[in-house]
Design a protein around this ligand. Structure first.
Ligand SMILES: Nc1ncnc2c1ncn2[C@@H]1O[C@H](COP(=O)(O)OP(=O)(O)OP(=O)(O)O)[C@@H](O)[C@H]1O
Length: 579
């Protein structure tokens, strides 16, 4: 073998080894294998290095050796020999899933050196409460105690900061740490983050199924990832329906073959119950409360940890930002002094204005020159409304406020079951405006900000990513990304088929998956940070946490303008969710 290594290819070496196994009655085949396994599997290793960085191959080297043994065994069998076990060698597994599993390879393909530097630098910055949370979760991962944690963290307390160091710690040692979030926007803030729906293949009808399961088969690529992962982080978990966590729990138990909570993997659920709860179409307060994580049978089994110190304020050393943050917490907790449910909006929270034109001109001054503005200008501002119709009204006004040619795109609508065509004529379908679907008549101008309504190519193009229109072609829209990790990239958006899920009959709309977004609903803004936010409260916030979410998009009173005709507003807080 020693001579052959110098002159033969790995393929020829394996052939030689196979012949020796059958014909040479080797007394110690295992030692020979151990000594030359790297030479025997060199080409297989190179092939894996095409998919992941060379230094990361070591974390799956046993898979490489296994593949090598399989090919040796194939040759031995074809030469009339028998299984490798018979010769005192390890019996290879015929399931070589990992080497072909792109999802798996992506999850272990992090640069350990860069991660080590990142950890060294940032671990030292953790404050006391962050360190406590970090070490507690790390201990759970290292001792494999299989705990699920809930990290209660209001905005600015360093939740994302802590999570990213935890993810780096696991990945540095080639462990798998999955990062997901309930919304596409929140997912872009986590290293390697994706939406929970796309990773866990959560069923769409969570409200209607009693024992939901993730649509993941045990043989799939993602099942292998879930089987081996050491940490799952789910950010903005308070926005998600409890059925999603229950589905994940059942699926992990099944895939990992272990009947403890979440199949024994450490799970970190992070969020803030002061923010909006899962949206239940046509649901009541009780429906919303009943659908959140706290109402799940899993909740009593989850260990609670919290962050309280606002690091945005602390790092900047800005005392007025500190007062602002304290006020936000009082609003979020429902402890702001109120009279018959109405709170008087204080001047150190924001600037109060009394007309829509004042609100729009404060948030979008000099809109006439919108095409000349840098993308930062557009990305850092938005007007927020409790409901869609007011956002649509403001978008129409602001779209008319600058001189560019308006281009109209009409959708192609149709029912999915041909029998329904009699009951739901085309003209009727065109009038429908389900939330999350672009309208039948989409009017756009070059320079206008738009928002994606689907995850087209996460994390670059997610549901919620904002862009600015650059060119309006007949079948494609050219736009520059203004938020998220692809900021500054120019992308082309096609018309796609969109099917709303919460309609009593099925219909599809072929349209560009976008909306103009000078203004957007408060629920859509959750997870976005702004430097200038306007809130239109002509119609008041109607659901838990909306006012808190809207105000907490910015970090100081000078960045917030509120249109409140009476100077007061309703602050809806479901105290039962905060207990
Ligand atoms: N220990 C720390 N040392 C230095 N900077 C920190 C520390 N913790 C957090 N920060 C910084 O404070 C800011 C807020 O942190 P982060 O974004 O993690 O908070 P968050 O809780 O995720 O807030 P939000 O939910 O509003 O996004 C960030 O700029 C972050 O880098």
């Amino acid at each position: 073998m020693e001579e052959a290594v110098l002159c033969g290819s790995p393929f020829k070496l394996r052939e030689l080894f196979a012949i020796m196994l059958i014909f040479c009655q080797l007394s110690d085949a295992i030692s020979l294998w151990e000594k030359y396994k790297d030479s025997l599997s060199e080409d297989i290793r190179h092939r894996v290095e095409l998919d992941i960085q060379p230094e990361n191959v070591n974390s799956i080297i046993n898979e490489v050796y296994n593949k090598c043994l399989v090919t040796i065994e194939d040759t031995v069998l074809s030469l009339g020999g028998t299984f490798l076990q018979h010769y005192g060698l390890p019996q290879p597994s015929r399931c070589e899933a990992v080497l072909q599993n792109k999802d798996y390879l992506r999850e272990i393909n992090y640069d350990s050196n860069i991660l080590a530097q990142y950890i060294n630098f940032n671990e030292n910055l953790l404050n006391n409460e962050q360190s406590y949370v970090y070490n507690k979760i790390l201990e759970g991962i290292e001792k494999n105690t299989g705990k699920t944690f809930f990290l209660d963290a209001p905005g600015g307390t360093g939740k994302t900061f802590v999570i990213n160091i935890l993810l780096a710690r696991v990945r540095k040692d080639h462990g798998i740490a999955l990062a997901v979030a309930s919304s596409g926007i929140a997912a872009t803030l986590l290293e390697g983050g994706k939406t929970a729906h796309s990773v866990f293949k959560l069923p769409l009808n969570l409200t209607r199924v009693e024992t939901p399961m993730c649509n993941i088969s045990k043989q799939s690529n993602i099942a292998q990832v879930l089987k081996d992962c050491k940490l799952i982080v789910w950010d903005e978990c308070t926005m998600a329906h409890k059925g999603g966590f229950e589905a994940l729990n059942r699926t992990l138990k099944d895939i990992r073959g272990y009947n403890s909570l979440m199949g024994g993997v450490t799970v970190l659920l992070a969020g803030d119950f002061r923010q909006t709860l899962p949206v239940i179409p046509r649901g009541t307060r009780a429906d919303e409360v009943k659908s959140c994580l706290k109402a799940s049978y899993l909740w009593p089994h989850i260990q609670k940890v919290a962050l309280n110190k606002n690091m945005r304020v602390h790092v900047k050393g800005d005392t007025s930002a500190g007062i602002f943050a304290e006020m936000l917490l009082k609003i979020g907790d429902g402890n702001f002094p109120s009279l018959e449910g109405e709170i008087t909006i204080p001047s150190n929270l924001c600037t109060v204005v009394s007309s829509l034109s004042e609100l729009t001109s404060r948030i979008y001054p000099d809109i006439i020159n919108i095409k000349m503005k840098p993308i930062e200008w557009l990305c850092e501002r938005a007007i927020l409304t409790p409901k869609n119709d007011k956002a649509a009204e403001i978008n129409e006004i602001l779209l008319k406020a600058f001189n560019e040619k308006a281009v109209e795109y009409k959708s192609f609508d149709s029912v999915i079951q041909s029998d329904d065509a009699v009951h739901y004529p085309l003209e009727f379908l065109n009038t429908l405006n389900p939330s999350g679907l672009p309208s039948h008549k989409l009017i756009l101008k070059i320079g206008a900000p738009i928002m994606l309504l689907r995850n087209l190519n996460p994390p670059k193009l997610c549901n919620g990513t904002r862009l600015q229109v650059k060119a309006l072609h007949k079948n494609v829209i050219e736009a520059i990304v203004i938020t998220g990790c692809a900021r500054g990239d120019i992308v082309l958006i096609p018309r796609i088929t969109l099917i709303p899920t919460d309609y009593p009959f099925e219909f599809k709309r072929i349209q560009f998956p976008i909306k103009v977004c000078f203004a957007m609903t408060i629920n859509k803004s959750q997870g976005q940070s702004l430097s200038m936010a306007g809130i239109d409260l002509r119609e008041e916030c109607f659901s838990h946490g909306q006012f808190y979410v809207a105000c907490s998009r910015v970090s100081s009173a000078s960045s917030l303008v509120i249109l409140a005709l009476k100077g007061s507003t309703k602050n809806t807080v479901y105290k039962e969710v905060l207990r």
